[in-house]
Design a protein around this ligand. Sequence first.
Ligand SMILES: *Cc1c(COP(=O)(O)O)cnc(C)c1O
Length: 378
Amino acid sequence: MSDPKPMAFVDLKKQYEFLREDLDKRISQAVRHFSFIQGPEVRELEEKLAKFTDLQDCVTCANGTDALTLPLIAWEVKAGDAVFVPAFTFIATAEVVALRGATPVFVDVDEATFNMDPIDLERKIKKVLAEGQLKPKAIITVDLFGLPADFWTISHIALRYNLYILEDAAQAFGGEINGQKACNFGHAGATSFFPAKPLGCYGDGGAVLMSDPYLAKVVRSLRVHGAGAEKYLHERVGLNSRLDTIQAAILLGKFAALPEELDKRETVANWYRQKLKRVAWHPIVPEGFRSAYAQYTIRIRADFRATLMEELKKRGIPTMIYYPRPLHLQPAFAGLGGRVGDCPTAERLCDEVLSLPFHPYLTEEDVDRVCSALSELI
Ligand SMILES: *Cc1c(COP(=O)(O)O)cnc(C)c1O
C-alpha cells in the first residue's frame, strides 16, 4: 500500500478555513477596542449562551475545570462532604471535589451510554449513609462524549436524598434531551471551551450556566476575587477566573457556526454507524436524546486494541483512548482506597474503548477510509 497522508483526529485547521473571514474580523475588532479584560464580547457571549440553553444566567470563566469549581464553592462543598462522580470520565470531574477538601465517591457507568448508572448511584449513596462518615452533598453528572446523562432518573434520586446536581457538560454543549439543552439538567451546568470540545476557542475557557439568581450572583463574584458592589470591596474569597475578551470574540464566531456543525457531527456519526454496522459496537443514543458528539467511540476486544491502533496508525489513521484508566484506580485518588471491582463496567470500558477521528468537517471519503481499514483489520 502506498504511504497514505495522515488524517487529523480533530481538524481545527479545516474548521478555521471555513470560518476564517468571520473569525479574523472578530479577533481584530477585539484587539482594536483594547478592552482585553471583560470586554463587550464577553457579555454578548454570556447572553447568547444563556438564551441558547434556555437558562437565566451564564457566567464565563477561565476554563471548564473552574466552571465546575465555582458552583462547588458557592454551595460550600467542603471536608466531610461526599460528592458522587462517575468513574469513567476526565480527571477534572473528581479533581474539583478533592480540591474543595470533599470526597469524591465513584459511581459505575451504564454499559450502553457510558454515563452514570443511576442504580449504582443510589447504591453508593446508601453505602455512604450507612457508613456515617461523610455527608452526601452533590452529584456531578457527566455528559460523556456529548451525550446527556440519564437526568430523569438521576433527578429523582437527587430529590430523594436532597442533593445538588452539577452537570459536567464540558463535552456536550449542544446536546439535548427532548429539545432541552445540555447545561440545563442540574442546579448548575458547567461547560468547557477547550479547543477540541464541541464549542471550542483558541485557548482555555469555560462557563457556568444556571437559572438560580442567587447562585449566579455568587458565581459572578467568585469569578473575580469575590468582588462586591464597590471596587476593592471583597465579599468572599474567590478566584481570578475570567474568560479573555479575544477568546469570547472567537467563541461568538464559532457559536454562529455551531448549529450547522452539530448537524454535521450527527451526519458523520451516522456514516460511522452505518459503515461499521457489522464490525464494532456503537454508542447508543437513547430515544429523544441528541449527542453533541465530542467523540465517536466504539468498543474493541481488549486483547486486540493495541494491535489495532498500531495498524491504523501505519495507515495514517489516528485513534485515541478516552479513557485508559477509571478514576477510582488513579494514583491521585489512591488515598480513597478504590479497588479493582468497585466499578466493573467503567473498568471494562477503559480496556475496550477506542475513539475514532471525528470532527464536523470530515468527508464521507475520510470516513470510508477509516471504516475500510477497520473492516479489513477486525
Ligand atoms: C475537558 C473536560 C473538563 C475540563 O475542562 P477544561 O476546560 O480543560 O478545564 C471537565 N470535564 C470533562 C468531562 C471534560 O471533558
